[in-house]
Design a protein around this ligand. Structure first.
Ligand SMILES: [Cu+2]
Length: 490
């Protein structure tokens, strides 16, 4: 039913939008209240990390990982791992160039660390245990202190028993804003996508009944979550654009999101804005990838738009599933908003010069072991036996990931952005900075990476976390070393 208040508001919004459309672009979005209904995103709102610093250029906060009981399924408590008591953890939001200081306390019954996924941090705060820092033991604290150099949508998660700890709820969004980006891209929403494996009684399912096969497929949770909620509702004003920052924080699940009758204008990826926006029918994110999209709901007032997870072919058996509604958008019962034109969203990204790059072939492999289990690896070598790859400081390399097994692998490099040169022989439609790229079944993905700074040991691994723990992981040593000790020769 249409309330009198909504009709009145709608009229004001309509008149304001129509009469000012010529000049809206000149006004900062930050100074204007959102035309969305009050509490439009209440069910999706993430807790915000508290800034304890008085210096506006420093963001200082406290994160504690602990075991808490949350009601994920209605009426059923679930014991999860959480940062500051919530899943996802609090959203950390800083401006580009700010210093970030995170005082971390581990109240879990096991060691952990925090990795700042996609953020070009100094090597010693990268969160890789035994390499960049010792594990943070139960009861201990550790301080992460770094500058956030790039604007974009990032996230944080542990790097100890990652499949288990991320699967138990340890992940959160890390947003770096750019004061110089065009204003009024839309009302902003962070959407942290994940899933969780729950028993019927609501308890976390940590069993491994499928054994090796289950690890090879990767453990997907049976309950899909957006910002920690099952099928949350967004109440949105038709015609008013929204700017979504979408993060795939699931340990295995690929996301393909679709909304009937709608498309998305993707303008950002792993490493901030892409060269120019691309219209897409769906948002596809392999584990750990991010997308920034403009979405404008267009349907009758009061209508509901389901946001569906659509199976994505990532290998054997992955598409034999039903679609799942992950959230729903209920259109406000008021006349549609007439939005100002979208400002241009372009960024110049120079291609990495690969003229004298060293070529490195990285085959993604599976070794079947005598006891019926398997080891995944890179070039046939599982992580526990792998010598590090090597890059000289200042060197550019072209990596070819060649998939030799029946599942796709989203390969993630710590510490450096790269550019995709081709996937299965096809160059990407637009240039962008990435830290994770999918390698299709029987596929070949070529990337260029320039190791320009921050020498040290950096990790390279599949972000299907069960695959990483099964051996598809290695280190890249960046810096001056034995000039003969390059990447493995083929
Ligand atoms: Cu993999």
């Amino acid at each position: 039913m249409r309330s009198r208040r909504w009709s009145w508001l709608a009229w004001i919004v309509w008149v304001t939008a129509c009469s000012c459309s010529g000049s809206r672009g000149e006004t900062s979005a930050k100074s204007q209240p959102s035309p969305q209904p009050i509490d439009w995103e209440a069910e999706l709102r993430l807790p915000a990390a508290e800034d304890l610093a008085s210096d506006p250029h420093v963001f200082e906060t406290q994160l504690t990982a602990s075991v808490v009981s949350l009601e994920i399924l209605q009426g059923l408590p679930t014991e999860v791992y959480a940062y500051n008591g919530s899943v996802p953890g609090p959203e950390i939001r800083v401006a580009k160039g700010n210093r970030v200081v995170v005082h971390f306390t581990n109240d879990l019954p096991e060691p952990t660390t925090i990795h700042w996924h996609g953020v070009r941090v100094p090597n010693d705060v990268d969160g890789v245990p035994g390499v960049s820092q010792p594990e943070v033991q139960p009861g201990e604290t550790y301080t992460y202190d770094f500058i956030a150099p790039d604007a974009g949508t990032f996230w944080y998660h542990p790097h100890v028993r990652s499949a288990e700890q991320v699967g138990a709820g340890l992940y959160g969004s890390f947003i770096v804003t750019d004061p110089n980006e065009p204003s009024d891209l839309g009302d902003e929403l962070s959407l942290v996508l994940s899933d969780i494996a729950l028993e019927e009684d609501g308890q976390l399912d940590t069993s491994l009944l499928g054994g090796a096969t289950e690890l090879l497929f990767g453990r997907e949770g049976n309950v899909l979550l957006v910002n920690g909620k099952v099928d949350p509702k967004l109440i949105a004003l038709g015609g008013r654009r929204q700017r979504w920052r979408v993060i795939n924080a699931a340990r295995t699940r690929y996301y393909q999101l679709a909304i009937a009758g709608h498309d998305f204008l993707r303008f950002g990826g792993d490493g901030g804005m892409i060269e120019e926006p691309v219209r897409q029918d769906t948002i596809v994110l392999a584990p750990s990838e991010r997308a920034e999209v403009i979405f404008t709901p267009s349907a009758a007032p009061g209508a509901t738009l389901p946001v569906r997870w659509v199976p994505y072919d990532r290998g054997f058996g992955s598409t034999i599933r039903d679609e799942v509604e992950v959230m729903r958008i209920e259109l406000a019962d008021q006349a549609p908003f007439v939005d100002a034109p979208l400002p241009p969203l372009r960024r110049t990204i120079e291609p990495i010069d690969v003229a004298s790059a060293r070529e490195v072939l990285l085959e993604l492999t599976q070794n079947n072991l005598e006891d019926g289990t398997f080891a995944l690896g890179i070039n046939g070598i599982p992580s526990w036996e792998a010598p590090p790859l090597h890059a000289d400081l200042g060197e550019t390399q072209v990596w070819t990931f060649k998939n030799t097994i029946d599942f796709a692998h989203p390969m993630h490099l710590h510490g450096f952005f790269f550019q995709v040169l081709s996937m299965d022989g096809v160059p990407p439609a637009v240039r962008e900075w990435k830290d994770t790229v999918d390698v299709h079944v029987d596929g070949e993905t070529k990337i260029a990476v320039h190791f320009d700074e921050r020498p040290g040991m950096w990790m390279l691994h599949c972000h299907i976390l069960d695959h990483a723990e099964s051996g598809m992981m290695t280190m890249v040593h960046v810096g001056d070393g034995d000039p003969g000790a390059g990447a493995p020769k083929h």
